[in-house]
Design a protein around this ligand. Structure first.
Ligand SMILES: [Zn+2]
Length: 240
């Protein structure tokens, strides 16, 4: 029996048979995998803690007749503060729902796992604006999956968009591109949103930053940032 060692976090757990559970783990080296944790529902099970939603552990797995089984596990972080904060937990539910949708078995999820761990670490330890947290996660996630808007200039006239901070930029969510104030009418008003330049700067900061640094910015208002995050994700998911 070959044992496989992975690090990962449980992003879904479902009851299975009498005392067993099927847990979905986002791992560093196997992508997203479903694992049968035998006896995990028993109160004296060695898997009791590590088979719970949102617990980050080192897992030892084995494969049998096409299924992964849990052999042993040691907990690394339970993110305790998150579990007792209903508002923060809602954000985590939303994030794991998205992760379940966009990740797969055998896909390289190392960076995605790092992003998720970093995001919940920030949620667990600090009191940042919730709109900043969830939308930064969405923007970086879809950027890692290869869906970042291509250019940081107007795609119609090539004007640099990072200057003139008092102006607005327009995001065409059908073509996933930015356009300047002068060119806004080249795109139907139904398929574009208007966002502040400060928001635009933040978006490109997140796209380009190392995962560890993505929360090191602040905006006076996260309204436009929230609008962009929602529209960007919905447009990307509908094309997946
Ligand atoms: Zn332009």
């Amino acid at each position: 029996m070959k044992l496989i060692k992975v690090k990962g976090i449980v992003i879904r757990e479902v009851a299975y048979k009498d005392n067993d559970k099927i847990i979905t783990i986002l791992t560093d080296s196997l992508g997203k995998v479903s694992v049968i944790a035998k006896g995990a529902k028993k109160t004296n099970s060695p898997f009791l803690a590590s088979s719970q939603y949102l617990v980050y552990s080192e897992f030892i797995l084995y494969q049998n007749t096409g299924y992964f089984y849990l052999n042993s596990a040691s907990v690394i972080n339970t993110f305790y503060n998150l579990r007792i904060d209903f508002d923060k937990l809602q954000i985590v539910f939303e994030m794991t729902k998205i992760l379940n949708k966009v990740t797969d078995e055998n896909q390289d999820c190392e960076k995605i796992l790092k992003l998720f761990l970093n995001t919940i670490y920030v949620l667990d330890k600090y009191d940042k604006d919730m709109k900043q947290v969830i939308n930064t996660f969405k923007i970086k996630l879809f950027a890692l999956l290869g869906f970042a808007p291509r250019q940081d200039k107007c795609e119609n006239c090539s004007k640099a968009l990072l200057e003139d901070l008092d102006e607005f930029v327009y995001y065409d969510y059908i073509d996933n591109k930015f356009i300047c104030e002068d060119c806004k009418d080249t795109v139907d008003s139904k398929r574009r949103i208007r966002i502040s330049k400060a928001t635009y700067n933040a978006i490109f900061y997140v796209i380009r930053s190392d995962i560890k640094k993505i929360f090191s910015f602040e905006l006076k208002s996260y309204t436009d940032y929230d609008l962009f995050g929602q529209v960007f994700m919905d447009a990307t998911l509908s094309g997946l």
